[in-house]
Design a protein around this ligand. Structure first.
Ligand SMILES: Cc1cc2nc3c(=O)[nH]c(=O)nc-3n(C[C@H](O)[C@H](O)[C@H](O)COP(=O)(O)O)c2cc1C
Length: 326
């Protein structure tokens, strides 16, 4: 694939500025290694592999199947009781990139830098972006409105140039990138790279339930709704009869406990646990309790492709787009 050099590709020594985004229950060894072997960087949430032995094995398998850089996503808030181990084994495996989400990335930044890894942090606003820059992060992933998973409230068309203007470190755009034109648009806005999630759910390598892949291919952007029920933090999911039934807000009493200073630290991990359990069930087998996470980019996805085909669509489509610009 023809290289697309940016500050982000230089930071990691990769050919094209595309992250195969970490996706809970979706990212796997096949997706990660294929994205990396195509010149981008594949990443996965450490918690996709449970128990911890499965995680260690996944890291060994990935290292055996690609010599290219790979990345791990570590959830750095209290709901993740495994974060110290997640970090330790990734460091042992010489992981090249850490993506932190939902908390304070300090430990990952300090320890990751000791082995020469780069650390980039999910952010949804300038405040958080400046904080992680001050902590020593090597870049931020600007998660805009409409992204799959936890999504921010700001449109990418403003978020990217806003962060770019204020930060000294690379800004990676996340949310809605599915093809060449969407990738070119993010780079035109100043992004140093893109992080692509939803597009890879409809990949041959994803091992999720067929109904989930089918929903990605057939849904429109209007089918995506923002819900706080999964983790307490707004996340995008596909609207299904189950989502209609349970609604998109936390039940009133749980919401009140979550906002209570004393109860918060006990309630938040529980909300996470139940939300993750619901996602887990829906991703892996047919169930009427359908909670499928995805972003508005579903509207631009019409087929299930291999990861290599998706990478070609992004890279070749990027060049076609910039050549055809008026
Ligand atoms: C099914 C799904 C699961 C996700 N899980 C995680 C996760 O565990 N950790 C994380 O940092 N981001 C997670 N995300 C967010 C992605 O890393 C990325 O920011 C997002 O998918 C980009 O937007 P897009 O889906 O429109 O491409 C998830 C996204 C999806 C669609």
């Amino acid at each position: 694939m023809k290289p697309i050099p940016t500050n982000f590709t230089k930071l990691l020594g990769i050919d094209v500025p595309i992250i195969g985004a970490p996706m809970f229950l979706v990212s796997n060894v096949d997706i990660v290694t294929e994205v990396s072997n195509c010149g981008g960087i594949g990443t996965f949430p450490a918690l996709n592999y449970r128990p911890i032995e499965a995680y260690k094995k996944a890291l060994v398998d990935m290292r055996a199947r690609t010599k290219k850089p790979i990345g791990v996503n570590i959830i750095v808030n209290k709901s993740n009781s495994r974060q110290a181990e997640d970090l330790k084994y990734a460091l042992d495996a010489g992981v090249n990139l850490f993506i932190t989400s939902l908390g304070n990335p300090s430990t990952v930044i300090v320890e990751g830098h000791k082995i020469g890894a780069k650390i980039i942090c999910d952010v949804t606003n300038l405040d958080h972006a400046k904080k992680v820059q001050d902590l020593g992060a090597d870049g931020v992933i600007a998660v805009g409105y409409g992204a799959g998973g936890h999504a921010g409230p700001i449109s990418p068309i403003v978020l990217i140039p806003w962060l770019k203007r204020e930060l000294k470190i690379p800004v990676i755009a996340a949310g809605g990138v599915t093809d060449g034109p969407t990738m070119a648009a993010m780079l035109a806005l100043g992004a140093d790279g893109v992080s692509v999630g939803t597009r890879f759910i409809a990949s041959k390598e994803a091992q999720v339930e067929n109904g989930y892949k089918n929903a990605i291919v057939t849904s429109s952007p209007e089918d995506i709704v923002l819900t706080t029920r999964i983790s307490g933090t707004p996340a995008n999911v596909i609207r299904t009869p189950y989502i209609d039934k349970v609604g998109t807000d936390l039940p009133w009493a749980i919401g009140a406990l979550k906002n209570n200073k004393l109860a918060k630290k006990y309630v938040t991990p529980l909300i996470h646990l139940f939300g993750m359990r619901a996602l887990d069930q829906a991703a892996n087998k047919p169930t009427w309790k359908t909670v499928w996470s995805a972003g508005q980019g579903v509207g631009l996805i019409d087929d299930v492709l291999s990861c290599r085909e998706i990478m070609e669509t992004l890279v070749n489509g990027y060049f076609e787009t910039i050549e055809q610009m008026p």
